[in-house]
Design a protein around this ligand. Structure first.
Ligand code: BES
Ligand code: ZN
Ligand code: ZN
Length: 494
């Protein structure tokens, strides 16, 4: 998809406008559109449109296709309302047999949103809405989206051209990076093996000029990464540990470390999962996908920050060589772990990765993981759970997530919860007591591997995988985390 910006009205196959719901003014707004396009819209169409949040129309006038999409009341308008209205409009454009759409950027002032934010929200939501995972359809009858170009524009005399142009470009990068994370999540586990994902990262690093080192099984053995090796030992697909380094900041500035759970398929292992719904566990690497997407975006946006990405990649399978409940394994930092349940594998591989993170003396570290079914039970699909050792960092993440509408909710990390993972036979066990506080307990396990740096764990089990599509969030992998991480990084000095 080509995404461009035009100062003034461009030529296109269809035109799209957002409208507020504001009583009589809606008529003025439509008059303005008629004047701009040099057309007369049928009176009945105008009478029937009020700009409500749920409304959108496709109109034909003077040989032009015009899409109007309601944003709702002006005083309630925020970036999310813009994303939703824009994506409803672009959905219509996607259903037409046209190559290009011109999309007018809203010139209005919104509380707390810069012109750049407005342009970014509009362009990212278009790309996210037009996303489809359709590479495996072979039928010619499959209806593909024919749109090839989105041209955003504003009035010739706008004072905001520079901001809009930058915002549109950023939105394109963020939307595409989110879609990349979705692609990785949706790719089936017979294709997206640890090696496949490691190769994708290598290629991306070469293209965008950041360093990638992939540790293979032998090297992991040398490193004594006992948790990653234990989870992977039942699978024919060997584990990989990907270390990415993007150096956009000054040599002195400490890196932000991003860690992503990369379980390419989670059968549960010997503690096998029920078969119903197991297919969703091809997405148990969405944390890894978010880190890869964030690197893609950070490098393309040329962010002035040093980033380290750590992605342990394994497949969790039951077999004659699989690890067992009751096994005691030794993590990379020497911590011994009693495995009470092989299905609590994500925390094991993250334990090794978080211990490894210490060597970078991180400014802070954030891990993203589809870690517990309990996260989905507690908060559903609408919030990511945070467990942390630094409340200030959580606050910043919550603010970033509010802005990108990837909302985060913090759970406590009190010491009482830590006691739940004491083991009778090793330093720690990988499950708590019964079904108590499943998401917190998983976070407390990770906390045991975090030494001397600030850290937030994000459990994206509820938010990374979607069942019912909404405006610009499709079913299956959502790409959650990419935009929030970039927003957080951009909101501070490095
Ligand atoms: N990958 C799962 C968590 C998950 C479940 C993510 C459903 C998304 C949707 C994780 O590895 C897991 O199996 N966790 C167990 C932990 C338990 C054994 C302590 C769980 O949540 O049941
Ligand atoms: Zn599991
Ligand atoms: Zn898992």
């Amino acid at each position: 998809m080509k995404v461009t910006y035009s100062k003034g009205l461009p030529k296109a196959d269809a035109y799209m406008f957002l409208c507020f719901e504001d009583g009589k003014k809606i008529k003025e707004r439509i008059k303005g559109i008629e004047k701009l396009l040099g057309v007369t819209i049928q009176k009945e169409s105008i009478d029937d449109f009020s700009g409500k949040e749920t409304e959108n129309d496709l109109l034909y006038a003077g040989g032009k296709r015009i899409i109007i999409s309601g944003v709702g009341a002006k005083d309630k308008c925020d970036l999310e309302k813009l994303r939703k209205a824009t994506s409803r409009g672009i959905k219509i454009a996607g259903q037409l047999k046209v190559d290009s759409v011109a999309i007018e950027i809203f010139e209005e002032d919104f509380k707390g949103c810069s012109p750049e934010d407005v342009a970014t929200a509009m362009s990212e939501s278009c790309l996210m809405r037009l996303y489809r995972f359709d590479k495996y359809f072979t039928s010619k009858d499959y209806e593909r989206i024919e749109l090839k170009q989105l041209v955003f524009f504003s009035g010739k005399d706008s004072k905001n051209h520079k901001h809009f142009e930058k915002g549109v470009k950023d939105g394109e990068i963020l939307g595409n990076a989110t879609n990349m994370a979705r692609d990785l999540g949706n790719e089936p586990a017979n294709i997206a093996t640890p090696e496949y994902i490691a190769n994708i990262v290598k290629k991306q690093g070469a293209k965008l000029n950041y360093k990638v080192k992939v540790f293979n099984k032998k090297e992991l053995e040398k490193m004594k990464a006992g948790c990653i090796l234990a989870v992977a030992q039942g699978s024919l697909n060997e584990p990989k540990f990907v270390v990415m380094e993007y150096n956009g900041g000054s040599a002195k500035s400490k890196p932000v470390v991003l860690v992503g759970k990369g379980v390419t398929f989670d059968s549960g292992g010997i503690s096998i999962k029920p078969s119903s719904g197991m297919e969703a566990m091809k997405m148990d690497m969405c944390g890894a996908g978010a880190v890869v997407g964030a690197f893609e975006a950070a490098a393309r946006l040329k962010l002035k920050v040093n980033l380290v990405g750590l992605i342990p990649l394994v497949e969790n399978m039951p077999s004659g060589s699989a690890f067992r409940p009751g096994d005691i394994i030794t993590a990379i930092n020497g911590t011994t772990v009693e495995v009470q349940n092989t299905d609590a594998e994500g925390r094991l591989i993250l334990g090794d990765a978080l211990a490894y993170a210490s060597k970078y003396k991180p400014k802070y570290a954030i891990d993203l993981a589809t870690l517990t079914g309990a996260a989905l039970i507690a908060l559903g699909h609408y919030a990511t759970i945070a467990v942390a050792n630094d409340d200030e960092l959580v606050k910043k993440l919550i603010a970033a997530g509010e802005k990108t509408y990837e909302r985060v909710w913090q759970l406590p990390s009190w010491e009482e919860y830590d006691k739940l993972i004491d083991s009778d036979v090793a330093d720690v066990t990988n499950v708590g007591k019964g079904r108590q506080a499943g998401s917190i307990v998983a976070g407390m396990f990770l906390k045991r591997f975090v030494k001397d740096y600030n850290w937030v764990h994000l459990d994206i089990a509820g938010t990374a995988m979607n069942t019912k599509p909404t405006e610009y969030i499709p079913s299956h992998a959502t790409g959650v985390g990419v935009r929030m991480l970039i927003e957080l990084i951009r909101s501070e000095k490095h």
